[in-house]
Design a protein around this ligand. Structure first.
Ligand SMILES: NC(=O)c1ccc[n+]([C@@H]2O[C@H](COP(=O)([O-])OP(=O)(O)OC[C@H]3O[C@@H](n4cnc5c(N)ncnc54)[C@H](OP(=O)(O)O)[C@@H]3O)[C@@H](O)[C@H]2O)c1
Length: 265
């Protein structure tokens, strides 16, 4: 019997690494992408040893077309890709006008364009064999417009609409798709943004582990859920942010982000 292969972008740490562990435990061979070479090589080594699977590491900077090419070549060579998880992503903590426009375009490349390129390359064979899984890691931020969140939330919102539309195109071929919208998750994400300490102090924040997020994602995928918001508190936040009168929402959110907006106390 052919072994199945899962490709996960951004598997160095956090949610991507948790997906890698999930599929490794189930005997899938893996293709993992990341940029921190030593860290992702160590992750690959551990998974190979623990589960007796094959792991290919692709060091890839996904913020430009050239960086995505080695991943596309690996998809071509893989022959039989069963799972594609577009997880690589990051946040910024500056107002729109305070970042060079290229930085915004880079984020769109990583969250949107790279994901689209990989899906477009992987889909034909999934359609042919009438089976496959595609998960795009979006964010609860897709539903929470806020200062400093315009491009991040916008790209994640794009992934939600795109994924639901794709679902309607490919479900007839037995392909399952999902847009995962996690809330605060304990990964390297906030440390890289330089706000880990600030967030740790905030008692209002409910954190989930990446492993729990992935279990929820896979359970919901099994039930055919296309948009997955893991965790009851995240679902409540979603409902509140979505249905609160907009003017009230803007006022409350501006207050929350007062330090970025230069508002006093
Ligand atoms: N943590 C949260 O609270 C949270 C909440 C909602 C959604 N998310 C989403 O979850 C996904 C995974 O993030 P995480 O929380 O697990 O953070 P993480 O631990 O920092 O992992 C992010 C992964 O993405 C890779 N990556 C980042 N920028 C990249 C780029 N320009 N090119 C190629 N790879 C890049 C990183 O590679 P290297 O580290 O090797 O550079 C790393 O493997 C992201 O899409 C994020 O937006 C996270």
């Amino acid at each position: 019997m052919n072994r199945q292969t899962a490709l996960i972008t951004g598997a160095t740490s956090g949610i991507g690494k948790a997906y890698a562990e999930y599929f490794a435990r189930r005997g899938y061979d893996l293709i993992l992408t990341g940029r921190r070479k030593e860290v992702i090589t160590a992750v690959a080594r551990e998974l190979k040893k623990a589960h007796g699977i094959a792991v290919t590491v692709v060091i890839a900077e996904l913020s430009n077309k050239e960086g995505v090419r080695p991943v596309l070549r690996t998809i071509e060579k893989a022959g039989d890709l069963s799972v594609l998880i577009n997880n690589a992503g990051y946040g910024e903590r500056k107002l729109f006008i305070n970042l060079p426009v290229q930085k915004h375009l880079d984020m769109i490349e990583v969250h949107v364009n790279a994901a689209l390129r990989l899906i477009h390359a992987a889909l034909p064979r999934m359609i042919n064999k009438k089976n496959g899984i595609i998960i795009n890691v979006a964010s609860l931020g897709a539903y929470a417009p806020a200062p400093i969140n315009g491009i991040y939330g916008g790209t994640k919102s794009f992934l939600n609409v795109f994924t639901e539309s794709l679902h309607m195109e490919v479900r007839r071929y037995g392909i399952k798709v999902q847009s995962l919208c996690p809330g605060f998750t304990r990964t390297d994400f906030h440390r890289k943004m330089g706000i880990e300490e600030e967030m740790k102090k905030n008692r209002m924040i409910h954190w989930m582990t990446p492993e729990r997020v992935v279990i929820k994602s896979m359970k919901r995928l099994g039930k055919g859920k296309v948009i997955c918001i893991p965790g009851i508190r995240n679902k409540l936040f979603y409902a509140l942010a979505r249905f609160m009168p907009r003017r009230l929402y803007y006022r409350m959110t501006e207050k929350l982000y007062g330090s970025y907006l230069g508002l006093s106390g």
